[in-house]
Design a protein around this ligand. Sequence first.
Ligand SMILES: *Cc1c(COP(=O)(O)O)cnc(C)c1O
Length: 365
Amino acid sequence: MSVPFLDLKAQYRSIKQEIDPAMQGIVDSCAFASGPAVEKFEKDFATYCGTKHCIGVGNGTSALELILRAYGIGVGDEVITVTNSFFASAEAISLANATPVLIDCREDDALIDTTKIEAAITKKTKAIIPVHLYGQCADMDQVMAIAEKHKLIVIEDTCQAHGALYKAKKAGSMGHAAAFSFYPGKNLGAYGEAGAVTTSDDTVNATIRMLRDHGMQEKYKHKIVGKNERMDGIQGAVLAVKLPHLDAWNDARRKHATLYRTLLKDNPNVTLFTAHDDRLSNYHLFVIRVKNRDHVQAQLKEKGIATGIHYPIPIHLQEAYAGKWKRDDFPVSEKMAGELLSLPMYAEMTKEMVREVCETLQAML
Ligand SMILES: *Cc1c(COP(=O)(O)O)cnc(C)c1O
């Protein structure tokens, strides 16, 4: 049996009856950019996350960038984030013309090492961006306590954590603001590019609404210089249809994750990340660590099992940031990058598929 890494067609088949008329409705009404479908989704998603506001934008990277700009963070300001993440976590800081300051991740959960935050704070530090990587929340109590002590803004990078919980609080409701991505492969995925900001801060809500629409408050009256980061009508319609399914999809992923853990936990060649008792991951990704990763991945591929690597190169070693950091700056992330392996994970996969992945993997380790 071959097992794909992700199967977006399987999900579409399961909700085609709802999606097709919703998309046709946008075409019929020609409400292509913003419009009532986007507004409905914004309301629904704010309610879901437990925040006062949700602002639909073009993608997750822009969500992060616009939050930084809304807080007036820019030239000369430093923003702390973690090197073991998707590049956009730092890229957005650079796009806002601020300076990314990276720190290492923890060995047990691959999340931002909150014990290293304070040492990275300077007079220029304005914000911290904890990343809820792979769908598990960073240690937000620690992050918020440090931020409060040093008067810093906390921006959650929730691009992988739709519906994840931290001590019964929804991801995206704990910081001053949060950035979501609805890239098609995320747990809540659009049919194209989309993103959103959640916040309970009225001023930031108003500013981001202007920033995403050329700095306009009223038509053709530009109060500030913004961008075009509006959400497409079709994406709003698709996301509004999908949102009521998110919890069930996340539950299915959690079941698969539990089975993966049960089947792999006794293998001395597989290292599992800790799933903290006070958090509920949405298992955007199910990531393990194995020695000889590239060989293992190639062999799995030969047997029809698709895997991913998230991420093969930590942000501080990316060419785009050449000269800013060097090898050995963040040893935990560097060591991990050579061992990370993401196993197939999506709601519609079957138990048999999870078993197949584990049996094939165990046979070669
Ligand atoms: C996907 C992702 C982003 C960027 O989102 P886009 O919608 O692709 O711009 C940012 N941070 C993390 C951790 C992500 O996984």
